[in-house]
Design a binder for this molecule. Structure first.
Ligand code: IMP
Length: 201
């Protein structure tokens, strides 16, 4: 599996925040990058039980349907005091309206109900790169930190307003987007991908 300058790569996601971050990370590699939205492929059901499993499922789904290499990310917030939830269900906690203020309120409520004292949490990103009808390659990154309530900041997306990475005082929602991008889970997974033998320079 190789990626060369001017190859076409489809980002297998309908999440605009994620696609924006991935397109930015891919910018130095001179590829033709499309989002799954641009080529009108619907989203598959995420039926696997791990981040890596769901990323592989999404990448394979898009690659097999469009005939190009596809890159998918499955990501989410793992809260230690909640036994790892919302985890792979991070998007689903936002409900059909995809309202992450609903999801963040649920995290706060469940922590209170449990009388939890451990605010530690981390974001995970599993990236899967698939060629049509081939087994995807997986690269995983994490960023560790703690949760804070109420949510702060309007930058970013998803759970960003309640997450403070280790060594920082601002939430990802308050942080300059370039600074978040430099340290987040997706970038760390990406660094593993770009350090691999896949990119031909
Ligand atoms: P999925 O990978 O599309 O199933 O959804 C992952 C969900 O995790 C997203 O919808 C976000 O709510 C959350 N998430 C993933 N990455 C981030 C991030 O960088 N910041 C905030 N929330 C994130």
């Amino acid at each position: 599996m190789k990626l060369r300058p001017r190859d076409t790569l489809v980002v297998a996601s309908h999440n605009k925040g994620k696609v924006r971050e991935i397109v930015e990370l891919l910018a130095p590699f001179n590829l033709h990058v499309f989002g799954a939205n641009d080529i009108d492929i619907e989203e598959p059901e995420e039926t696997e039980t791990t981040f890596a499993g769901n990323a592989a499922l999404k990448a394979r789904w898009v690659a097999d349907r469009c005939g190009h290499m596809a890159l998918a990310d499955d990501s989410g917030l793992v809260v230690n005091a909640l036994g790892g939830e919302p985890g792979i269900y991070s998007a689903r906690w936002a409900g059909p309206g995809k309202d992450f203020y609903v999801a963040m309120a649920r995290v706060e409520r469940e922590l209170k109900e449990k009388g939890a004292t451990d605010p530690s949490a981390y974001f995970v990103s599993a990236l899967a790169l698939a060629l049509p009808h081939e087994e995807p390659r997986i690269f995983q990154g994490e960023v560790h930190g703690h949760l804070t309530f109420p949510p702060r900041g309007t930058n970013g997306f998803g759970y960003d307003p309640i997450f403070v990475p280790n060594g920082e005082t601002l939430t990802f929602g308050e942080m300059d987007p370039a600074k978040k991008l430099a340290m987040n889970h997706r970038t760390r997974a990406f660094q593993k991908l770009t350090a691999s033998d896949i990119f031909e320079r």
